[in-house]
Design a protein around this ligand. Structure first.
Ligand code: DHB
Length: 306
């Protein structure tokens, strides 16, 4: 019996649950030399703004004990230039594409989502990044407020007319409430979670290691936090599809997130050590399911709650 890894995220059918995480696979075919992008569940782009955006000062990335800390600052070409210049090559690989968007205001999210209304069908969903930790006003993430999340998700859903997923923040105890607000506002799924706010300081220079000072911590160091965040979200919203993300580097890591309640997962930081990591996770997950007589992913999703 071959395992059927197909998964449904709201109205979006994916052949398998393994995607790249936003910000770790570029905007286009950066990883295509290393893996078959079409074999993945989907490729999620780095978040796009309505305008081109230069990002934060270097250094932007620093390796930590079990992961990394980054403050790229959402560098990108702008959503229209991405559609015109970057999406065609990505589409030509046969990949299903999830376009991630960000903004500093509801209006900027609306504008980015509006541009994506004209995207080709290869763009199967829009991931609304409500939780970037590297904006100037970190104290005011959309995903730290039910009202702000609701406003931004409703605006994106109305403007793009496509399935929207809300990428949420682990940096708030309100996570299950925020997930509820996102779902009520029309998100078909929630991506749980984004990076943890962190900082690293160089003892020699006495200065922060990152040009922007603070950054987002990712990788295996945060996996137990992300698993808990998925578990908590599923406990309150068992019918809301959850895409689990945070430190996944192996097929067994992916299984952990599925058991916590995820219907799909994303691989991010592992790609920086091995650009084939997402493909490896898919292969290992397939083997794990075969070895454990799993015929369908639904046998795993949320099973830790039974
Ligand atoms: C960036 C954005 C994110 O959403 C994140 O989690 C980490 C970094 C950025 O581009 O700075």
């Amino acid at each position: 019996m071959t395992v059927n890894l197909a998964t449904r995220i709201g109205s979006v059918e994916l052949p398998n649950p393994v995607m790249t995480a936003s910000g770790t696979a570029g905007h286009s075919t950066e990883l295509a030399r290393h893996l078959d992008l079409a074999s993945l569940g989907a490729v999620v782009t780095k978040s796009l703004h309505i305008n081109p955006w230069a990002g934060n000062p270097a250094p932007r990335v620093h390796a930590t004990a079990a992961g990394m800390i980054n403050s790229v600052g959402l560098q990108g070409p702008g959503v229209q230039a991405w559609l015109d210049q970057e999406l065609p090559a990505l589409e030509a690989t046969g990949a299903r594409v999830v376009a991630s968007i960000w903004g500093r205001t509801v209006e900027e999210f609306t504008q980015a989502a509006q541009v994506l209304a004209a995207a080709p069908p290869s763009v199967v969903a829009v991931e609304v990044n409500t939780s970037c930790p590297n904006l100037e006003d970190r104290t005011n993430l959309f995903a730290h407020s039910t009202e702000a999340t609701s406003a931004v998700v409703a605006a994106a859903v109305a403007a793009t007319g496509r399935p929207c997923w809300a990428k949420l923040s682990p940096n708030t105890p309100l996570l299950p409430d925020v997930a509820d607000a996102a779902a009520q506002a029309g998100a078909q799924a929630v991506t749980v979670a984004n990076t943890l706010l962190g900082m690293a300081i160089d003892p020699e220079t006495r200065r922060p290691r990152l040009g922007a000072g603070r950054g987002g911590l990712s990788g295996p160091a945060i996996r137990p936090i992300a698993v808990r965040a998925v578990y908590d979200t599923f406990a309150v919203h068992p019918d809301l599809p959850i895409i689990g993300v945070g430190g996944i580097a192996t097929g067994e890591d992916a299984v952990e997130f599925l058991l916590a309640g995820a219907s799909a997962i994303q691989v991010g930081t592992a790609t920086f050590a091995n650009p084939r990591a997402t493909q490896n996770v898919l292969n290992e997950l397939t083997k794990w399911c075969t070895a454990h007589d799993i015929n369908h992913l639904s046998e795993l999703t949320g099973a830790a709650h039974d």
